[in-house]
Design a binder for this molecule. Structure first.
Ligand code: NAD
Length: 295
Protein backbone atom coordinates (compact mmCIF):
# COMPACT_ATOMS: atom_id res chain seq x y z
CA UNK A 1 0.00 0.00 0.00
CA UNK A 2 1.21 3.49 -0.77
CA UNK A 3 2.40 5.51 2.22
CA UNK A 4 0.60 8.59 3.45
CA UNK A 5 2.62 11.68 2.54
CA UNK A 6 3.56 13.92 5.43
CA UNK A 7 3.09 17.27 3.75
CA UNK A 8 5.45 19.84 5.23
CA UNK A 9 4.52 22.43 2.66
CA UNK A 10 0.89 22.32 3.75
CA UNK A 11 1.62 22.44 7.47
CA UNK A 12 4.09 25.27 6.87
CA UNK A 13 1.38 27.24 5.03
CA UNK A 14 -1.08 26.71 7.89
CA UNK A 15 1.43 27.75 10.52
CA UNK A 16 2.57 30.77 8.52
CA UNK A 17 -1.03 32.00 8.25
CA UNK A 18 -1.30 31.82 12.08
CA UNK A 19 2.06 33.53 12.53
CA UNK A 20 1.02 36.31 10.16
CA UNK A 21 -1.93 37.05 12.44
CA UNK A 22 0.36 37.15 15.47
CA UNK A 23 2.72 39.52 13.66
CA UNK A 24 -0.18 41.78 12.80
CA UNK A 25 -1.19 41.91 16.50
CA UNK A 26 2.39 42.81 17.43
CA UNK A 27 2.45 45.52 14.77
CA UNK A 28 -0.77 46.96 16.23
CA UNK A 29 1.19 47.35 19.47
CA UNK A 30 4.02 49.10 17.60
CA UNK A 31 6.35 46.09 17.55
CA UNK A 32 7.70 45.00 14.17
CA UNK A 33 9.39 41.63 14.62
CA UNK A 34 12.91 41.84 13.20
CA UNK A 35 15.34 39.13 12.11
CA UNK A 36 19.02 39.94 11.67
CA UNK A 37 20.53 37.72 9.00
CA UNK A 38 24.26 37.34 8.43
CA UNK A 39 25.56 35.50 5.39
CA UNK A 40 29.30 35.05 4.89
CA UNK A 41 30.69 34.20 1.45
CA UNK A 42 28.80 32.97 -1.58
CA UNK A 43 28.07 29.30 -1.06
CA UNK A 44 25.09 28.77 -3.46
CA UNK A 45 23.13 26.54 -1.05
CA UNK A 46 23.57 29.01 1.85
CA UNK A 47 22.59 31.91 -0.41
CA UNK A 48 19.44 30.14 -1.49
CA UNK A 49 18.50 29.24 2.14
CA UNK A 50 18.99 32.85 3.23
CA UNK A 51 16.93 34.18 0.33
CA UNK A 52 14.09 31.74 1.13
CA UNK A 53 14.19 32.70 4.82
CA UNK A 54 14.08 36.43 4.03
CA UNK A 55 11.21 36.01 1.56
CA UNK A 56 9.28 34.01 4.15
CA UNK A 57 9.85 36.79 6.71
CA UNK A 58 8.62 39.45 4.33
CA UNK A 59 5.45 37.50 3.52
CA UNK A 60 4.29 37.42 7.13
CA UNK A 61 5.42 40.94 8.04
CA UNK A 62 8.77 40.25 9.76
CA UNK A 63 11.42 42.81 8.91
CA UNK A 64 14.82 41.36 7.99
CA UNK A 65 18.14 43.15 8.43
CA UNK A 66 20.37 41.59 5.82
CA UNK A 67 24.15 41.63 6.23
CA UNK A 68 26.28 39.98 3.55
CA UNK A 69 29.98 39.65 4.26
CA UNK A 70 32.87 38.51 2.04
CA UNK A 71 34.33 35.00 2.39
CA UNK A 72 37.55 36.45 3.85
CA UNK A 73 35.85 38.52 6.57
CA UNK A 74 37.77 38.35 9.83
CA UNK A 75 36.33 36.69 12.92
CA UNK A 76 36.54 40.04 14.75
CA UNK A 77 34.55 41.83 12.04
CA UNK A 78 31.91 39.13 12.07
CA UNK A 79 31.69 39.38 15.87
CA UNK A 80 31.18 43.13 15.59
CA UNK A 81 28.15 42.52 13.35
CA UNK A 82 26.73 40.04 15.86
CA UNK A 83 27.31 42.56 18.68
CA UNK A 84 25.57 45.29 16.70
CA UNK A 85 22.53 43.04 16.29
CA UNK A 86 22.66 42.00 19.96
CA UNK A 87 22.27 45.61 21.01
CA UNK A 88 19.70 46.66 18.41
CA UNK A 89 16.21 46.60 20.02
CA UNK A 90 14.59 46.37 16.59
CA UNK A 91 16.20 42.98 16.03
CA UNK A 92 14.50 40.16 17.91
CA UNK A 93 16.28 37.22 16.32
CA UNK A 94 19.78 36.68 14.93
CA UNK A 95 20.59 34.13 12.28
CA UNK A 96 24.17 33.48 11.24
CA UNK A 97 23.92 31.15 8.27
CA UNK A 98 26.14 28.08 8.69
CA UNK A 99 28.56 26.72 7.65
CA UNK A 100 31.05 29.54 8.14
CA UNK A 101 34.43 29.66 6.33
CA UNK A 102 37.13 27.46 7.88
CA UNK A 103 39.18 30.37 9.30
CA UNK A 104 36.26 31.35 11.55
CA UNK A 105 35.56 29.59 14.83
CA UNK A 106 31.86 28.76 14.49
CA UNK A 107 31.45 28.12 18.22
CA UNK A 108 32.84 31.53 19.10
CA UNK A 109 30.30 33.20 16.81
CA UNK A 110 27.34 31.14 18.06
CA UNK A 111 28.36 31.77 21.68
CA UNK A 112 28.44 35.52 21.00
CA UNK A 113 24.74 35.64 20.05
CA UNK A 114 22.53 36.91 22.87
CA UNK A 115 20.56 33.80 23.96
CA UNK A 116 17.41 35.96 24.07
CA UNK A 117 17.82 36.40 20.30
CA UNK A 118 19.04 32.89 19.51
CA UNK A 119 16.21 31.98 17.13
CA UNK A 120 18.26 29.15 15.59
CA UNK A 121 18.49 27.51 19.03
CA UNK A 122 22.19 26.68 18.67
CA UNK A 123 23.56 28.68 21.65
CA UNK A 124 24.75 26.46 24.54
CA UNK A 125 22.19 28.16 26.83
CA UNK A 126 19.36 27.22 24.45
CA UNK A 127 20.68 23.67 24.02
CA UNK A 128 21.03 23.22 27.80
CA UNK A 129 17.52 24.50 28.42
CA UNK A 130 16.14 22.25 25.69
CA UNK A 131 17.73 19.19 27.29
CA UNK A 132 16.45 20.20 30.73
CA UNK A 133 12.95 20.74 29.35
CA UNK A 134 12.96 24.47 30.12
CA UNK A 135 11.29 27.10 27.93
CA UNK A 136 13.69 28.20 25.20
CA UNK A 137 14.10 28.58 21.44
CA UNK A 138 14.08 25.07 20.00
CA UNK A 139 16.32 24.42 16.99
CA UNK A 140 14.26 24.87 13.83
CA UNK A 141 14.75 21.62 11.90
CA UNK A 142 14.24 19.25 14.87
CA UNK A 143 11.28 21.31 16.08
CA UNK A 144 9.83 21.13 12.56
CA UNK A 145 10.16 17.32 12.64
CA UNK A 146 8.20 17.22 15.90
CA UNK A 147 5.48 19.45 14.50
CA UNK A 148 5.12 17.13 11.50
CA UNK A 149 4.79 14.06 13.74
CA UNK A 150 2.20 15.85 15.86
CA UNK A 151 0.15 17.14 12.94
CA UNK A 152 0.10 13.72 11.27
CA UNK A 153 -1.00 11.94 14.47
CA UNK A 154 2.14 9.89 14.83
CA UNK A 155 2.21 8.58 18.39
CA UNK A 156 5.66 9.12 19.85
CA UNK A 157 4.95 7.96 23.39
CA UNK A 158 6.61 4.60 23.92
CA UNK A 159 7.64 4.47 20.25
CA UNK A 160 10.98 3.02 19.19
CA UNK A 161 12.65 5.94 17.39
CA UNK A 162 15.87 5.62 15.42
CA UNK A 163 17.75 8.80 14.53
CA UNK A 164 20.40 8.37 11.84
CA UNK A 165 22.91 11.17 12.40
CA UNK A 166 24.34 12.86 15.49
CA UNK A 167 25.03 16.42 14.32
CA UNK A 168 24.54 19.34 16.68
CA UNK A 169 21.91 20.88 14.43
CA UNK A 170 19.74 17.86 13.62
CA UNK A 171 20.56 14.42 15.05
CA UNK A 172 21.41 15.27 18.65
CA UNK A 173 18.62 17.79 19.25
CA UNK A 174 15.89 15.75 17.57
CA UNK A 175 16.92 12.71 19.64
CA UNK A 176 16.84 14.81 22.81
CA UNK A 177 13.46 16.33 22.04
CA UNK A 178 11.90 12.94 21.40
CA UNK A 179 13.17 11.47 24.66
CA UNK A 180 11.88 14.38 26.75
CA UNK A 181 8.97 13.79 29.10
CA UNK A 182 6.67 15.83 26.89
CA UNK A 183 4.26 15.64 24.00
CA UNK A 184 5.51 14.84 21.41
CA UNK A 185 8.24 12.94 23.20
CA UNK A 186 8.43 10.02 25.63
CA UNK A 187 10.03 7.88 22.92
CA UNK A 188 12.74 5.25 23.30
CA UNK A 189 15.47 6.79 21.17
CA UNK A 190 18.46 5.14 19.50
CA UNK A 191 21.01 7.33 17.75
CA UNK A 192 23.06 5.78 14.92
CA UNK A 193 26.09 7.37 13.29
CA UNK A 194 29.07 6.60 11.09
CA UNK A 195 30.68 4.41 13.76
CA UNK A 196 27.54 2.34 14.28
CA UNK A 197 28.21 -1.20 13.00
CA UNK A 198 26.35 -1.77 9.74
CA UNK A 199 24.59 -4.86 11.07
CA UNK A 200 23.53 -2.91 14.17
CA UNK A 201 22.12 -0.08 12.06
CA UNK A 202 19.99 -2.62 10.23
CA UNK A 203 18.81 -4.27 13.46
CA UNK A 204 17.81 -0.87 14.87
CA UNK A 205 16.04 0.40 11.75
CA UNK A 206 14.16 -2.91 11.32
CA UNK A 207 12.79 -2.54 14.83
CA UNK A 208 11.89 1.15 14.58
CA UNK A 209 8.41 2.67 14.65
CA UNK A 210 9.75 6.06 13.60
CA UNK A 211 13.01 6.76 11.73
CA UNK A 212 14.52 10.23 11.38
CA UNK A 213 17.19 10.24 8.69
CA UNK A 214 19.78 13.04 8.80
CA UNK A 215 22.97 11.51 7.42
CA UNK A 216 23.82 13.89 4.58
CA UNK A 217 23.95 11.06 2.02
CA UNK A 218 21.27 9.85 -0.40
CA UNK A 219 19.93 6.29 0.06
CA UNK A 220 21.14 5.95 3.67
CA UNK A 221 17.75 4.37 4.39
CA UNK A 222 16.30 1.89 1.90
CA UNK A 223 13.12 -0.20 1.95
CA UNK A 224 14.91 -3.44 2.90
CA UNK A 225 16.01 -1.77 6.16
CA UNK A 226 12.53 -1.09 7.58
CA UNK A 227 9.37 -2.81 8.75
CA UNK A 228 6.10 -2.07 7.05
CA UNK A 229 4.33 0.26 9.46
CA UNK A 230 7.26 2.57 10.09
CA UNK A 231 7.05 6.38 9.77
CA UNK A 232 10.01 8.02 8.01
CA UNK A 233 11.04 11.64 8.46
CA UNK A 234 13.68 12.46 5.87
CA UNK A 235 15.66 15.55 6.85
CA UNK A 236 18.19 15.22 4.02
CA UNK A 237 18.70 17.72 1.25
CA UNK A 238 21.08 16.63 -1.51
CA UNK A 239 21.54 18.23 -4.89
CA UNK A 240 21.85 15.72 -7.73
CA UNK A 241 22.64 16.60 -11.33
CA UNK A 242 19.51 16.65 -13.50
CA UNK A 243 19.97 18.03 -16.98
CA UNK A 244 16.21 17.89 -17.60
CA UNK A 245 15.76 20.74 -15.08
CA UNK A 246 16.47 24.31 -16.06
CA UNK A 247 18.67 24.84 -12.99
CA UNK A 248 20.62 21.65 -13.77
CA UNK A 249 19.89 19.79 -10.53
CA UNK A 250 17.10 18.41 -8.36
CA UNK A 251 16.83 17.85 -4.64
CA UNK A 252 16.61 14.44 -3.02
CA UNK A 253 16.64 13.34 0.60
CA UNK A 254 18.80 10.96 2.62
CA UNK A 255 16.18 8.20 2.34
CA UNK A 256 15.32 6.28 -0.82
CA UNK A 257 11.83 7.73 -1.22
CA UNK A 258 10.99 5.73 -4.35
CA UNK A 259 11.42 2.34 -2.72
CA UNK A 260 10.12 3.36 0.72
CA UNK A 261 6.90 5.04 -0.41
CA UNK A 262 5.27 1.70 -1.30
CA UNK A 263 6.17 0.04 1.96
CA UNK A 264 6.06 2.42 4.90
CA UNK A 265 3.07 3.92 6.77
CA UNK A 266 3.94 7.61 6.42
CA UNK A 267 6.86 9.46 4.88
CA UNK A 268 8.00 13.03 4.20
CA UNK A 269 8.85 13.89 0.58
CA UNK A 270 11.94 15.89 -0.42
CA UNK A 271 11.35 18.64 -1.32
CA UNK A 272 8.15 19.56 0.52
CA UNK A 273 8.71 17.73 3.81
CA UNK A 274 11.04 18.95 6.54
CA UNK A 275 12.55 21.84 4.51
CA UNK A 276 9.52 24.20 4.59
CA UNK A 277 9.10 23.44 8.31
CA UNK A 278 12.65 24.57 9.11
CA UNK A 279 11.91 28.03 7.74
CA UNK A 280 8.53 28.14 9.47
CA UNK A 281 10.03 27.31 12.86
CA UNK A 282 12.55 30.14 12.36
CA UNK A 283 9.62 32.52 11.86
CA UNK A 284 7.92 30.95 14.90
CA UNK A 285 10.98 31.64 17.08
CA UNK A 286 11.34 35.20 15.78
CA UNK A 287 7.70 35.97 16.56
CA UNK A 288 8.10 34.33 19.99
CA UNK A 289 11.15 36.50 20.68
CA UNK A 290 9.26 39.66 19.71
CA UNK A 291 6.36 38.57 21.95
CA UNK A 292 8.81 38.00 24.82
CA UNK A 293 9.67 41.72 24.77
CA UNK A 294 6.17 42.58 26.01
CA UNK A 295 5.95 39.89 28.68
P1 NAD B 1 26.18 16.30 9.23
O1 NAD B 1 27.04 15.90 8.08
O2 NAD B 1 26.64 17.34 10.17
O3 NAD B 1 25.86 15.00 10.09
C1 NAD B 1 25.52 13.79 9.50
C2 NAD B 1 25.49 12.71 10.55
O4 NAD B 1 25.09 11.51 9.95
C3 NAD B 1 26.83 12.45 11.22
O5 NAD B 1 26.62 12.47 12.63
C4 NAD B 1 27.25 11.06 10.76
O6 NAD B 1 27.85 10.33 11.82
C5 NAD B 1 25.93 10.43 10.36
N1 NAD B 1 26.02 9.51 9.23
C6 NAD B 1 26.50 9.75 7.99
N2 NAD B 1 26.40 8.66 7.21
C7 NAD B 1 25.86 7.70 7.98
C8 NAD B 1 25.48 6.35 7.75
N3 NAD B 1 25.68 5.75 6.56
N4 NAD B 1 24.97 5.65 8.76
C9 NAD B 1 24.76 6.21 9.97
N5 NAD B 1 25.07 7.50 10.25
C10 NAD B 1 25.60 8.24 9.26
O7 NAD B 1 24.76 16.67 8.59
P2 NAD B 1 23.54 17.54 9.19
O8 NAD B 1 23.89 18.97 9.20
O9 NAD B 1 23.01 16.89 10.41
O10 NAD B 1 22.50 17.32 8.02
C11 NAD B 1 21.99 16.06 7.71
C12 NAD B 1 21.15 16.14 6.45
O11 NAD B 1 20.06 17.01 6.69
C13 NAD B 1 21.86 16.71 5.25
O12 NAD B 1 21.35 16.07 4.08
C14 NAD B 1 21.47 18.17 5.25
O13 NAD B 1 21.51 18.75 3.96
C15 NAD B 1 20.06 18.07 5.74
N6 NAD B 1 19.54 19.25 6.44
C16 NAD B 1 18.28 19.62 6.10
C17 NAD B 1 17.67 20.64 6.75
C18 NAD B 1 16.27 20.98 6.38
O14 NAD B 1 15.81 22.06 6.65
N7 NAD B 1 15.52 20.05 5.76
C19 NAD B 1 18.33 21.34 7.75
C20 NAD B 1 19.62 20.92 8.12
C21 NAD B 1 20.20 19.87 7.46
Amino acid sequence: MAAELIDGKLLAQEMKAELKEQVSKLRDKGIIPGLGVILVGDNPASKSYVTSKEKACEKIGIFSDDTRLPEDVSEEDLLRHVERMNSDDNIHGILVQLPLPKHIDENRIINAINPHKDVDGFHPVSVGKMILGQDTFLPCTPHGCLKLLERYDVKTEGAEVVVIGRSNIVGKPVANLLMRKDKPGNSTVTVCHTRTRKEDLLAHTKNADIIIVASGFPNTLTSDMVKEDVVVIDVGINRVVDSSRERGYRLIGDADFESLKDKVRKITPVPGGVGPMTITMLLFNTVKSAQNTIK
